[in-house]
Design a protein around this ligand. Structure first.
Ligand code: G3H
Length: 247
């Protein structure tokens, strides 16, 4: 079964009503590969305006969600609120959440379970630091981050994994095609041995970290790279070229 190519745009804490309207209008007007699933993740305050204006098959994702039901959690969004507003996707486990906001793999796993239980789809981010890569720990780190989730969920059909080496995020230092393919293959092998061969075959594994319109085409040729999670370049018109990297 062929996996549908997937391109996500993570706007992080960037944008204004006007700039996001421009990005969305650009996507609405563009000729996008009909065989690629496109999901954009604006900051939470822009979720509704983005969802109301996005067309052309473009879906919207939150950048985070809390694992508890509605209640006294100042500053948080709950899964119920996202579902209530027809927001289908959420990004969890981004390295900025892990490092800056000190989110543990266990907490991310709890949030992943809560999101899936509520009916959301999850873009689950994993990845190693430069120090971990240089110590030969890339796959161990990725698999430990995945194992925390596998301890809590059985069904991976609404999970897309984003492999994002921390050293490549926002640095302009993209992983080589070989480095990315090797990590993706290792992650798929882990899914096969730990979850199931069916999950390994069906789960999309995205690459994230300094993806641009210049490097996306070559990365997209790799058998285990099923798309991208794009940060900086998703704010630019050339995001369309990344979406169309398989054309
Ligand atoms: O979620 C996206 C990643 O952090 C990649 O960001 O494309 O700006 O390196 P970047």
């Amino acid at each position: 079964m062929a996996r549908t190519f997937f391109v996500g745009g993570n706007f992080k804490a960037n944008g204004s009503l006007k700039s996001i309207e421009t990005i969305v209008s650009n996507l609405n007007a563009a000729k996008l590969d009909p065989n690629t699933e496109v999901v954009i993740a604006p900051p939470s305050i822009f979720l509704l305006s983005t969802a109301a204006s996005a067309s052309n098959g473009v879906k919207v994702s939150a950048q985070n969600v809390f694992d508890k039901p509605d209640g006294a959690w100042t500053g948080e969004l709950t899964t119920k609120m996202l579902i209530d507003h027809n927001i289908e996707w959420v990004i969890l486990g981004h390295s900025e959440r892990r490092t800056i906001f000190k989110e543990s793999s266990e907490f991310i796993a709890e949030k992943t379970k809560a999101a899936l239980d509520a009916g959301l789809k999850v873009i689950l981010c994993i990845g190693e630091t430069l120090q971990e890569r240089e110590a030969g720990q890339t796959l161990n780190v990725c698999c430990e981050q995945l194992k925390a989730v596998a301890d809590k969920i059985n069904d991976w059909s609404n999970v897309v994994i984003a492999y994002e080496p921390v050293w490549a995020i926002g640095t302009g230092k993209v992983a080589t095609t070989e480095q990315a393919q090797e990590a993706h293959k290792g992650i798929r092998d882990w899914l096969a041995s730990t979850v199931s061969s069916q999950a390994a075959e069906a789960t999309r594994i995205l690459y994230g970290g300094s993806v641009t319109e210049k490097n996306c085409k070559e990365l997209a040729t790799q058998p285990d790279i099923d798309g991208f999670l794009v940060g900086g370049a998703s704010l630019k018109p050339a995001f369309v070229d990344i979406i169309n990297s398989k054309l």
